[in-house]
Design a protein around this ligand. Structure first.
Ligand code: HEC
Length: 183
């Protein structure tokens, strides 16, 4: 092969490469898609018409919690003791009783929250502060995790206000000097 032949061969090769590059560019240009002017699908809630928000009238009213306060004086202590059997899996009620899964509950009504000696509380209960008032016990026992997010008391709650009143009256009686009943 002469020097001129080799030159031709190289030229042919370069030409082919150039053509391929050009074709590639054109294809790329042609297939390049324009950005969509709108999303192809409607985003829920992005405008009033497709909003998923229910109209105000459809929003269910959150039921307010019934207070135990008017029921405490006449509450049935025996019924309270019976209902408190559900608590006894995790709590003792006697003076000096042991901490189990939950702390001992002697004189808990009116007591500073999260302060039973030797019990390891959740951060949630430790940080909440204040005393166990009748109102707070009512709310806590109705829905422990609703009242105190992060509590480690795994108990679904007592839904019936009379049952709650009976249990709280029973708790109140487990003390040397029970907290005064609310006015
Ligand atoms: C499955 C076990 C369990 C059951 C059942 C249970 N508790 Fe508890 N209870 C706990 C635990 C655990 C804690 C500590 C919670 C924390 O640290 O967040 C607690 C905390 C409490 C406290 C706060 C005590 C304090 O020192 O501040 C009260 C009051 C209480 N429980 C009452 C009850 C009553 C009344 C019942 C029954 C109606 C009941 N518990 C049922 C496990 C239980």
């Amino acid at each position: 092969m002469s020097g001129a032949d080799i030159n031709k061969l190289i030229l042919a090769g370069l030409t082919t490469l150039l053509v391929m590059l050009l074709i590639g560019n054109v294809v790329n240009e042609l297939s390049h898609s324009e950005p969509l002017e709108q999303n192809a699908y409607a985003v829920l809630g992005s405008d009033g018409a497709t909003s998923g928000e229910p109209a105000a009238a459809e929003v269910e009213a959150v039921p307010t919690l019934e207070s135990v306060t008017p029921l405490l004086a006449a509450a049935d202590l025996d019924a309270g003791q019976k209902a408190a059997k559900r608590c006894a899996a995790c709590h003792t009620f006697k003076d000096g009783g042991a901490n189990k899964l939950g702390p001992n509950l002697w004189a808990i009504v009116g007591k500073e929250k999260g302060t039973v000696d030797g019990f390891s509380y959740s951060g949630a209960l430790e940080d909440t502060g204040g005393v166990w008032s009748y109102d707070d016990l009512n709310a806590f026992l109705a829905d422990p995790k609703g009242f105190l997010k992060g509590t480690k008391m795994n108990f679904s709650g007592i839904k019936d206000v009379e049952d709650r009143a009976a249990v709280i009256a029973y708790l109140r009686a487990q003390a040397d000097s029970p907290l005064a009943l609310p006015e």
